[in-house]
Design a protein around this ligand. Structure first.
Ligand SMILES: C[S@@+](CC[C@H](N)C(=O)[O-])C[C@H]1O[C@@H](n2cnc3c(N)ncnc32)[C@H](O)[C@@H]1O
Length: 288
C-alpha cells in the first residue's frame, strides 16, 4: 500500500492497475481520454492535443480497453466503494455512441447518470444542437445483494442530477475538469470520513487528487505523461488561492435549505405548482 499511497505512478493505466492489489480504494473519480480521433484534427475538440499519446484507436478497441480499465477499478475498489466516471456522447461517421454501451458490460452497478451542464463547449457546428453537456456515471461496488448501498446524507442529497459547472480555464493541461466536480463526488459519498484512499487512473493536472487531499484523504494517481505528473504534483504541493476558493465554494453548497419533509409539506414536488412563484421557489432550493 505504501508504494501507491499519495503517489502518482507513471505508466499505462491498465498495466498499472493490473499490478495493484484488490480492495484498496474507497472511491475514485476520472475522465479518461475520449478516443477523439486526433488523425482528423480531433473531431471532438480539435484543440485538445495531449502530451505523450495519440487519442486514436478503433472504437471497438477503445471500448474494450475502457471495459478492462473499469473492471480493474472494480477489483481494486473495496466492497461498498464508489467510482465516478466522466464521459460524453460521441458520434463517429454519423453513428451515435453512448457511454452506456460499454459501462453496462463492466462489473459495476450503475447508481446514477448525472448530467454535467458545462454551459459552453468548443465544438460548434450545425449538424446537431450545440452539445454542452457531458455525463458522470456514479458506479457502485455492491455489498452482497445490496445493489444500492447507503443513502446520501441529506445535505448532499438535495443536489439535483444536473450539475452546472463551467469548464476549468487557464490550466496548462488541455482537458481538465473543474475542482468542484471531484469535490462534489467524493464529499457526497464519503461525507466527513477521513483518511480514505481515492484513485484517479487518468490524473492529468491532478484535480481529483487535489480534492482528495483537501478533504483529508489519501490519493493514488496514474498518468502516461511525466509532464502532467509534474504539473499535478506541483499543484497538490502548493495549493493556489484559486483552487482553495473553488473548493470552499463547492463545500458551501452542501447544506440543507429545506428538507425533503419541508418541501413535501409545502407541496413543492408532489402537487401541481399553482403559481409561477412556487416554481421559481423550487429552483432556488436546488443546488446545481
Ligand atoms: C481527460 S485527461 C484527465 C484530466 C483530469 N481529469 C484533470 O482534471 O486534469 C486524460 C489524461 O489521461 C492520460 N492518459 C491517456 N491515456 C493514458 C493511458 N493509457 N495510461 C495512462 N494515462 C493516460 C493523459 O495523459 C491525460 O492527462
Amino acid at each position: 500500500m505504501d508504494s501507491i499511497k499519495n503517489k502518482i505512478i507513471h505508466g499505462n493505466t491498465l498495466d498499472v492497475l493490473r499490478e495493484t492489489p484488490s480492495n484498496v480504494f474507497d472511491c475514485g473519480v476520472t475522465s479518461p481520454p475520449y478516443n477523439k480521433q486526433e488523425k482528423n484534427n480531433g473531431w471532438l475538440v480539435k484543440n485538445v492535443v495531449y502530451d505523450k499519446f495519440k487519442d486514436v484507436m478503433s472504437e471497438d478497441e477503445y471500448q474494450q480497453n475502457q471495459i478492462d480499465v473499469l473492471n480493474e477499478l472494480y477489483r481494486t475498489t473495496k466492497t461498498g466503494g464508489h467510482f465516478f466516471y466522466n464521459h460524453k456522447i460521441r458520434w463517429d461517421k454519423g453513428k451515435f455512441i453512448h457511454p452506456m454501451e460499454w459501462i453496462t458490460k463492466s462489473n459495476w452497478s450503475i447508481r446514477q447518470e448525472i448530467i454535467w451542464d458545462r454551459a459552453i463547449a468548443a465544438n460548434i457546428r450545425g449538424w446537431r444542437f450545440w452539445q454542452v453537456e457531458e455525463r458522470i456515471y456514479w458506479l457502485y461496488k455492491p455489498d452482497g445483494k445490496n445493489l444500492i448501498g447507503e443513502e446520501l446524507k441529506s445535505h448532499h442529497a438535495l443536489m439535483t442530477s444536473v450539475w452546472r459547472f463551467s469548464p476549468e480555464q487557464k490550466s496548462p493541461h488541455p482537458a481538465p475538469f473543474p475542482l468542484a466536480l471531484p469535490t462534489r463526488c467524493i464529499y457526497s459519498v464519503l461525507d466527513d470520513k477521513k483518511d480514505c484512499l481515492i484513485i484517479d487512473p487518468y490524473v492529468g493536472s491532478g484535480t481529483t487528487l487535489l480534492s482528495a487531499k483537501m478533504l483529508g484523504h489519501n490519493f493514488c494517481g496514474i498518468d502516461i505523461s511525466n509532464n502532467y505528473i509534474e504539473l499535478a504534483n506541483e499543484r497538490i504541493k502548493n495549493i493556489s488561492s484559486k483552487d482553495k476558493k473553488s473548493f470552499e465554494d463547492e463545500i458551501a453548497k452542501h447544506k440543507v435549505i429545506k428538507t425533503f419533509k419541508d418541501r413535501k409539506n409545502e407541496g413543492m414536488y408532489d402537487k401541481k405548482l399553482k403559481k409561477s412563484s412556487q416554481y421559481d421557489d423550487l429552483f432556488t432550493q436546488q443546488v446545481i
